[in-house]
Design a protein around this ligand. Structure first.
Ligand code: NAP
Length: 289
């Protein structure tokens, strides 16, 4: 059993960390808002008073943070992750970040003599709680192999995508498709409802058709009905991912006009106050009703 340090106990990090703990690892936790550490400490984790302390007492350090800025703040500030990493330690970043950021992190981590793995995840709050995430690994294949048993405490499958940066890319592909799908579903379904087709009928026919899919199965009923937008994947993170996907397209010389339009809709929904709601609240960019 490994000594694992877990930083970032948000919607995803808290249940992921609980699963690592449940499999018998020695876990130390740290979170910027300290109150989120209490439920994990109650389950047997040790609470660290700083990131530096956490890294010092861990063999493997995992971060699950909002975005590239948050990751850099946690790793590169004085007394951050990098200051205490060294040979024999492994740092795994499971946040959704840009491929460039991940590659830069790898360079900085390797300079300390430690190993690095990027391991962004597919799946939201429920699979995170059930330990059913799909985990995308990018980096040295030997490190990925060595970390697989630990990753499988949080997920049901680990896919080795390739060198560092490629798992981050793969994760963006999924979120880019999910974000644009939510936008076009909102436009199409609202138009159909305005024309007089009942919401249930729209959902039923979509489900029976070639475009029926899990995303609409999970989010469609709420989007066309109650519109509670209970948060699983915060809209602010979907907005971040649409931006990263546009930048990834730019970096590869591939135009991303559809993603750019979706980015605008997510921005409007954020401006209308839906940043902390579920990403499905992008529908609010199109209607107040
Ligand atoms: P979240 O609930 O917003 O949690 C974000 C975490 O990052 C919190 O622990 C937060 O600390 C911490 N954080 C943010 N800025 C920070 C900073 N400057 N310094 C230190 N800590 C900071 O987000 P989440 O939904 O768990 O998502 C985490 C990551 O997983 C994101 O990259 C997201 O895109 C990705 N992801 C999310 C889902 C999903 O469905 N939710 C699915 C797959 C991947 P505080 O508690 O102090 O704010």
């Amino acid at each position: 059993m490994a000594r694992v340090g877990f930083v970032g106990l948000g919607i995803m990090g808290a249940p992921m960390c609980a699963n690592v703990l449940a499999k018998g690892h020695d876990v130390t936790v740290y979170n910027r808002s300290r109150e989120k550490m209490a439920p994990l400490i109650a389950k047997g984790a040790e609470g660290a008073s700083s990131v530096e302390e956490l890294v010092r007492q861990s063999e493997i350090v995992i971060t699950m943070l909002s975005d590239p800025t948050a990751v850099w703040e946690v790793i590169a500030e004085t007394a951050g992750v990098l200051s205490s990493l060294g040979p024999g330690k492994t740092y795994i970043d499971m946040s959704t970040v840009s491929p460039e950021s991940s590659r830069e992190i790898a360079v900085r981590v390797h300079k300390t003599g430690a190993d690095f793995l990027e391991a962004p995840v597919l799946g939201s709050r429920k699979p995170a709680t059930e330990g059913n995430l799909i985990i995308l690994a990018g980096g040295n294949p030997d490190v990925a192999k060595r970390m697989e048993p630990l990753l499988l405490t949080m997920g049901s499958k680990v896919v080795y995508v390739g060198e560092v940066g490629l798992a981050a890319h793969m994760k963006l592909i999924i979120n880019q498709m999910m974000g644009t799908l939510l936008c076009v579903f909102s436009e199409a379904a609202l138009t159909g409802m305005a024309a007089g087709i009942p919401a249930e009928k729209i959902l039923d026919v979509i489900e029976s058709s070639v475009v029926g899919c899990q995303a609409i199965r999970i989010k469609g009923k709420d989007m066309l009905g109650e519109r509670a937008f209970a948060v699983h994947f915060p809209l602010k993170h979907a907005l971040k991912d649409m931006r990263l996907a546009v930048l990834a397209g730019d970096a590869q010389g591939i135009p991303t006009p559809v993603t750019a339009a979706a980015y605008q809709l997510f921005s409007i929904a954020k401006e209308r106050g839906y940043a902390e709601h579920d990403s499905s609240a992008v529908l609010r960019a199109l209607t107040d009703k």
